[in-house]
Design a protein around this ligand. Sequence first.
Ligand SMILES: Nc1ncnc2c1ncn2[C@@H]1O[C@H](COP(=O)(O)OP(=O)(O)OP(=O)(O)O)[C@@H](O)[C@H]1O
Ligand SMILES: [Mg+2]
Length: 487
Amino acid sequence: MFSRYKKSSDAAAPARPPVAAPIASNDPAPRTSATEARPGIQRRMAPVQPPKPSAEAIAQDKEKKRKDRLMELKVALHKELLENLNLAALESASEASLKSEIASITAEALENMSVALNKDDRVTLNQELYDEVMGLGPLEPLLKDDTVNDILVNGPKRIFIERAGKLVLTDITFKDERHLLRIIDKIVSAVGRRVDESNPYVDARLADGSRFNAMVPPVAVDGSLVSIRKFKKEKLAVGDLVKFGAFTEEMAAYLQAAVSCRLNVIVSGGTGSGKTTTLNALSSFIDNTERVLTIEDTAELQLQQIHVGRMESRPANVEGKGAVTQRDCLRNALRMRPDRIIVGETRGEEVIDMLQAMNTGHDGSMTTIHANSARDAVSRLENMIAMAGIEMPLKAVRSQIASAVNLIVQASRLQDGSRRMTSITEVTGMEGEVISMQEIFRYERLGLAPDGKIIGRFNASGVRSHYSERFRQWGYDLPSSIYEPLI
Ligand SMILES: Nc1ncnc2c1ncn2[C@@H]1O[C@H](COP(=O)(O)OP(=O)(O)OP(=O)(O)O)[C@@H](O)[C@H]1O
Ligand SMILES: [Mg+2]
């Protein structure tokens, strides 16, 4: 068979593919040597009828065998393809020509193995082989599926996905840990990183922008752990979030005023609660004339303004050198004449510089923080300052926070998978030793529908914004009705 993508040496001596494992036969299990050696015992025992498997169990078993069989074939054919394809030529090959090439090589190999597959299995096999050769194997269909937000791999046999806010176990698997490690290695080496026993975890950004984290054994006890937060090309805009019920139009109008009037905003929330999405949506209220600098560990934000400078921190290389922390980026950013600074997530010592920036002329700055309520967010800030080794009396720390932060927006993922802005709280100053705050909007949970969906509503607390006068002066005359609670 002639091929542009086939190694030339291979034409002379095509390697015979290793024969795939045969399908488990339906014959009864062979008699054990013990029963053969002592037939008398067997004769005296009453014949025990094994319980008849249900039709469903038989179908499941058949499906499992089919999948195992396809997996075996895939491994054999993958080896065959790697041996026979000219990998250097693949770079320039179009998807269609490569797919037809794979189809013809596998057809030939299947014939040599005397294996006949139905059309559906052949199509699946060819697609999976293409994904193995060119992509990320079993992860590929999940990466392509836009309805999947997160992919979480717990060892080779358990792949979970998050779809519509819910985590579900898929029936996709890797062949074994080696297969999983090979795919992890493919991902990290493509971004110039390494992961192995001495370097057991890695955080990276995939070529498509997705956030990737992997941890391999022995630190990962039951097989490698992989977490992927898929990059959304179309970020959810304020209008989308209102439509999805994440917050109301009134809350959006309030947030627009707050961001436009340069309040310093913290988006607080648990993991995967929608902090980055909220931050990104809020950034759309920033005026196009402003110079905005963004700092992130993994660049996820997509600002729409024209004057945006993006920075991404960098971990140390294998020799432990070359690290550029978020704090380094932030300090440098302050020398770059920013109007606003956005830090993707404040989680460490950069908190000091962030608060200072908010206090000293870069108002209108924003960040996210991992916390479960507005109060909790403030405690987290206090803890981060303490951990950064700043020796300051608690009152001084609190007054620094109180004058830096104006607004805390709480993002939550509720148990039914929905993501909502459960609270908008203003920081209004200090009362004695305590930071004073007032909640303006909140999500009230009213009950649970029979389908498991949470019934609730957004409500105003009845308190008028501490910043109403500022809003008015800046041309955002919000009607007082938005602060009125529903009865
Ligand atoms: N209101 C929403 N409705 C539907 N999907 C949402 C909503 N908010 C966020 N998402 C989706 O949820 C996923 C997680 O969101 P996001 O990355 O913003 O969370 P996060 O809190 O920043 O997570 P992490 O803690 O991992 O940084 C994304 O895929 C995002 O598109
Ligand atoms: Mg995030």
